[in-house]
Design a protein around this ligand. Sequence first.
Ligand SMILES: Nc1ncnc2c1ncn2[C@@H]1O[C@H](COP(=O)(O)OP(=O)(O)O)[C@@H](O)[C@H]1O
Ligand SMILES: [Mg+2]
Length: 261
Amino acid sequence: MILEIKNLSVRYKGKDAYVDALKNINVSVKKGEILGIVGESGSGKSTLAFSLLNLLPEDSLKEGKIIFKGKNIPALKEKELQKLRGSEIGMVFQEPAATLNPVLSIGYQFAELLRCKRGLTNTQEIKDTMLKALSGVHLTDCQRLINSYPHQLSGGQLQRICLGFAVALSPAILIADEPTSSLDVTIESQIIDLIRQLRRTLGLTMIFITHNLDLVKTLCDRALVLYKGEVKEIEPVAQLFAFPKDSYTKSLLAAFKELEE
Ligand SMILES: Nc1ncnc2c1ncn2[C@@H]1O[C@H](COP(=O)(O)OP(=O)(O)O)[C@@H](O)[C@H]1O
Ligand SMILES: [Mg+2]
């Protein structure tokens, strides 16, 4: 097991009371697998992702353990967490444009990342690493991309760049929170193909968060169904689609089948 989540509960501070976002979550991630987290909007998917990097608001209440390489993430000091983020636990977000800084070129941001997170200092080595990473996510004309600013590129290009940044740090696990939800369907399927290929070539271990059952079916090995902060079911994907046990999962699948027909 690469990551073990044990009895994780998260409550956000609301106006008058605390809001339950996650209730007693238990799940482990195996090396080399893609674990899908699927649920409707507001079910707690992003809260789960942010918990894994300890990026929840200060005033939220957290309980439980997240064991990664023998360490309990919620108990780590900020300095240790900074070392983990990106380098050990990578993350790709829904909006690539919001992940990247609009006033800095792609190359500047990438180089900074490689200096801070991989300790690279040699300019030529940094440049070679950037070009290799960008062509590795099937971008072309990479030198031009390095000199570009985020607004000059398409959403699909930016999400490839974010994936390139993430895998260039060789994280032990990559969390992708709805990485294709802001993209057109055709671009989405290209990015999913890319993720599938990266998984094959790099042996990525991933947590793939989505509200889209189709992506779970085509990409993930196992899936966790989340509803109102609770785990409804965790099963291998083939099992989940063929023999759903939970009533919520069943209704979700029924709606999905109607869409498919
Ligand atoms: N920073 C926050 N403060 C208060 N409530 C929040 C905060 N972030 C999320 N929530 C609430 O927690 C629940 C889960 O949200 P979230 O994890 O973003 O769900 P999802 O990613 O599945 O859409 C929702 O009810 C949401 O409104
Ligand atoms: Mg979300």
